[in-house]
Design a protein around this ligand. Structure first.
Ligand code: SF4
Ligand code: SF4
Length: 431
C-alpha cells in the first residue's frame, strides 16, 4: 500500500507555501531536457498526495482541488519518470524566493513510490544489499577488497588502529570507482605524518543508498553500521573522499536519524587538505595548469564546503572559477542515482554482482531506463557550456558521479578538458 510521508514543520512549509511562480525552473538541469521536469511540476505529484491525505478539501473534493492519490501501478510508473528527473542538487532551493526545497519533496515522492515496491531495480538491489550487510559476504566484493588490501599493504597503511586521529572511510564504490584516489589519499596522509587508519572491511556499498532510492530503513542501517564501526575504534575525525550524498548524510542526517551525537567529527578530504596547507604540512609544487573546480551539489550547496577546495587549488595551479559557482553552481545532471539509469551501468553492476540485472527488468522498466539515459545525456550539456566558457584544461571535483558525468559530457559535447578528483591532482604535485 502506498504510504504518504508524514508532515513536519519543514515539509509543511514546502507543501503549503509554493506560489507556483516558477522562479525555480531555470535552476534545474532537467528543465532544459523537458519543461515538464521543472522542480515545481515534480514536487506537485507529492503535493497532490499530501492534499488527498491531509486536507479536508482534498478528501471531499479530490482532483477538483488538486488532490490525487495514484490508483494503479501504471499511474505510479508514470510518476516514477518525474521522480527520477531530479538529482537532489538543491539549486531550486537556493533560487526559490520562499526557500522551498523541491529536491527534498522529490525524495519524499521516491519514498512514497518505494513503499509500494516501485523503484529502479538496480538501485533497489544496491540499497537492500547494503542495508542487509550482504555485500560483505559477496564473492566479487570480497575478491575485489582482498586485491585492494594487497595494494594498501604495500603502502603500509595502519588497519583498524584504535585511537588514530583520522579514520579514512572506504566503501565498496570508493574502490570500484576511485581506487587510485583512495591509494593517493593514503600516500598524502603518510606524507604529512597523519595518525590515521583504514578499515579492514568496506564501510557500506556507498552509504546510505537507501536515502537516494527512498528506503529509510536501509538508510538507517547503513548509517548505523558506519557509526558503530567508527565508534569501535574511536577516531577524532572520520574523513570521506566522496563528496556526493555520502558526505551530508554522515555529517548532518546521521545524528538526526540516530538521535544522538557521535564521538567523532565528519570531514571531507578537502577540509583536511586545507587544514594541512594552513599548518604548513602540505607542500605542493606549482603547476601552470588552467584548473577549475566543479562544486559537487552535495558537498557545496547541501553541506557548505565551498572555500576549502579552492584554497587548496589556488595554492598550486592557475585557478579560475566556473561562470556559475558556489551556491549558484550548475549541477552536472547525474546525481541521486540518475547516472545509474543507463544500460551500460546495469551491465557493469550486474557483472560486479554476478547477476543479469538488465535481464531482470520488465519491458516497461527497460523503456524507463532508456528514456532516463537519454534525459541524463541531455542534462549534462548545460554544465559543459560552463566548462568551455571557463577556459579550464582540468576540471577538478570530488564526487565520483560528478567525475563520471562530466567525463561523459566532455566526450558527448567535444570539450577538451580532463576531469580529476582533487586528491589525484594534489598527489601529483606533492613535494
Ligand atoms: S518552489 Fe518556490 S520558486 Fe518554485 S514555483 Fe514554488 S514558490 Fe516559485
Ligand atoms: S533539486 Fe536540483 S534536480 Fe531536483 S528539482 Fe531541484 S533543481 Fe531540479
Amino acid at each position: 500500500m502506498l504510504t504518504v510521508p508524514k508532515l513536519n514543520s519543514v515539509t509543511l512549509h514546502y507543501f503549503e507555501n509554493c506560489v507556483g511562480c516558477a522562479a525555480c525552473a531555470p535552476s534545474c538541469p532537467y528543465f532544459y531536457v523537458d519543461e515538464r521536469y521543472s522542480p515545481v511540476e515534480k514536487a506537485e505529484f507529492l503535493r497532490e498526495m499530501l492534499r488527498a491525505k491531509y486536507t479536508l478539501a482534498g478528501r471531499l473534493f479530490g482532483r477538483f482541488v488538486g488532490a490525487r492519490m495514484p490508483k494503479s501501478e501504471d499511474e505510479m510508473w508514470k510518476i516514477l519518470e518525474f521522480a527520477y528527473r531530479c538529482t537532489n542538487c538543491g539549486h531550486c532551493y537556493v533560487t526559490c524566493p520562499f526557500g522551498i526545497d523541491s529536491g527534498a519533496m522529490v525524495r519524499l515522492l521516491r519514498q512514497a513510490l518505494y513503499s509500494t515496491g516501485i523503484a529502479p531495480t538496480l538501485m533497489k538491489q544496491f540499497a537492500g544489499f547494503e542495508g542487509s550487510g550482504q555485500y560483505l559476504q559477496h564473492p566479487s566484493v570480497k575478491a575485489m577488497w582482498e586485491a585492494f588490501m594487497t595494494e594498501v599493504a604495500k603502502l603500509g597503511a595502519p588497519v583498524d588502529k584504535k585511537g588514530a586521529r583520522v579514520l579514512l572511510m572506504i566503501s565498496v564504490m570508493d574502490v570500484v570507482l576511485l581506487k587510485d584516489t583512495v591509494l593517493n589519499t593514503i600516500k598524502i596522509l603518510k606524507k604529512v605524518g597523519e595518525d590515521f587508519t583504514i578499515p579492514s572491511r568496506p564501510l557500506g556499498v556507498r552509504p546510505p543508498i537507501g536515502a537516494v532510492v527512498g528506503d529509510p530503513a536501509a538508510q538507517k542501517t547503513a548509517i548505523e553500521d558506519v557509526v558503530k564501526y567508527a565508534e569501535s575504534i574511536s577516531p577524532q575525525i572520520l574523513v570521506t573522499i566522496d563528496g556526493g550524498f555520502v558526505y551530508p548524510n554522515l555529517r548532518f542526517e546521521a545524528t538526526n536519524l540516530l538521535r544522538r551525537k557521535f564521538s567523532f567529527k565528519v570531514y571531507h578530504i578537502t577540509e583536511l587538505l586545507a587544514e594541512y596547507l594552513r599548518e604548513g604540512k602540505l607542500k605542493l609544487k606549482k603547476t601552470g595548469a588552467k584548473v577549475t573546480w566543479h562544486d559537487p551539489c552535495q558537498l557545496g550547496r547541501r553541506a557548505g564546503v565551498f572555500e576549502e577546495p579552492r584554497e587548496v587549488l589556488k595554492a598550486f595551479t592557475d585557478y579560475r572559477d566556473l561562470p556559475h559557482n558556489r551556491a549558484n553552481s550548475l549541477c552536472c545532471g547525474g546525481g541521486d542515482g540518475i547516472n545509474c539509469l543507463t544500460k551500460e551501468m546495469h551491465m557493469a553492476m550486474g557483472k560486479l554482482l554476478g547477476m543479469d540485472i538488465w535481464g531482470m527488468l520488465s519491458a516497461r522498466e527497460k523503456e524507463f531506463v532508456e528514456k532516463s539515459e537519454d534525459a541524463y545525456k541531455k542534462a549534462i550539456r548545460r554544465k559543459m557550456d560552463d566548462v568551455k566558457k571557463s577556459g579550464a584544461e582540468v576540471v577538478v571535483t570530488a564526487c565520483p558521479v560528478g567525475i563520471e558525468t562530466i567525463r561523459l559530457g566532455t566526450q558527448l559535447y567535444g570539450v577538451n578538458a580532463k576531469v580529476v578528483h582533487i586528491v589525484d591532482l594534489v598527489a601529483e604535485a606533492l613535494e
